[in-house]
Design a protein around this ligand. Structure first.
Ligand SMILES: NC(=O)c1ccc[n+]([C@@H]2O[C@H](COP(=O)([O-])OP(=O)(O)OC[C@H]3O[C@@H](n4cnc5c(N)ncnc54)[C@H](OP(=O)(O)O)[C@@H]3O)[C@@H](O)[C@H]2O)c1
Length: 249
């Protein structure tokens, strides 16, 4: 538990990949819990039209591709009042390390999930410090706590996010910026549509995440499956490795 607990009421947030899935649910939950403004990052801002028509000026569309340095720079320049950065944008390629196109697929997963997250965080860190108390919320995955062979490269990218979250937390410990890692299990979005398994909802993930900001939690397991996995991982990371290793889709 961190000391940097805060309510989102009256705060200004930036969410990457806010046009659909978990990012959209997070933007909605932040606004419903009283955020003053949410900057919604999207590659195509027209995909935000529904959100804009509902929340009007409290939902500000920002064109953002996290693999494009100039797009990131423009986004940060236009949003100097941000207090909460949610690194949500992500991609997933199915396949293991020895599958066809593994290197190209893993490169793309890392470009968005790892390098995109790092570049966006670096672009915003001084803004967050200036507007403290601040928060960086990194969306990792339970797949970052143990490698799932059917999504090996993606798992590796989310393990990198887990490690970067720990490093950022240490680096910003004295700067008034809470760094939260979020580790969802399977969630019912486009990303997980090919996986035949029970899935929780984006809305539940968003509710848990915003509640965790309130209590200053550092590691958030926001759905039914991840809560169970989080408990097992705390006792035995090896047990998670074994369980995930046996799951081949
Ligand atoms: N769904 C799950 O089961 C699950 C579980 C654990 C963790 N997660 C993580 O949760 C996060 C959200 O996933 P989701 O399930 O909501 O997936 P999703 O429905 O596929 O949405 C992905 C979002 O990321 C955006 N995005 C992709 N590449 C981008 C780029 N280069 N620049 C900016 N935005 C980009 C997408 O924008 P476009 O619409 O333009 O493509 C979209 O808004 C991801 O980090 C994912 O890894 C998901």
């Amino acid at each position: 538990m961190s000391e940097a607990q805060f309510s989102v009421a009256g705060k200004v947030a930036f969410v990457s990949g806010a046009n659909r899935g978990i990012g959209k649910a997070i933007a909605i939950e932040l606004l419903e819990k009283g955020a003053k403004r949410v900057y919604a990052g999207a590659r195509d801002v027209r995909s935000l039209n529904n959100l804009i028509s509902h929340y009007v000026e409290r939902l500000v569309p920002i064109e953002l591709d996290v693999t494009d340095a100039s797009s990131i720079a423009r986004a940060a320049e236009a949003t100097r009042d941000v207090q909460i950065l949610v690194n949500n944008a992500g991609v997933l390629h199915v396949g293991g390390f020895f599958s066809k196109d593994a290197e190209e697929n893993m490169q793309q997963d890392f470009d968005v999930n790892v390098w995109g997250l790092l570049k966006l965080s670096r672009a915003f860190v001084e803004i967050l410090k200036n507007n403290r108390p601040g928060a960086i919320v990194n969306i990792s995955s339970v797949a970052g706590l143990g490698n799932m062979p059917m999504i090996g490269g993606y798992s590796a990218s989310k393990a990198a996010v887990h490690s970067m979250t720990q490093g950022m937390r240490g680096e910003l410990a004295q700067e008034g910026v809470l760094v939260m890692g979020v580790y969802p299990g399977p969630i019912d979005t486009d990303m997980a549509k090919s996986f035949e398994m029970e899935k929780d909802s984006s809305a539940n993930v968003a509710k848990d995440l915003v509640q965790a900001l309130l209590t200053g939690e550092e590691d958030v397991f926001p759905d039914m499956m991840s809560k169970q996995i989080g408990k097992t991982y705390a006792g035995s990371p090896k047990a998670i490795e074994k369980a995930f290793g046996e799951y081949r889709g």
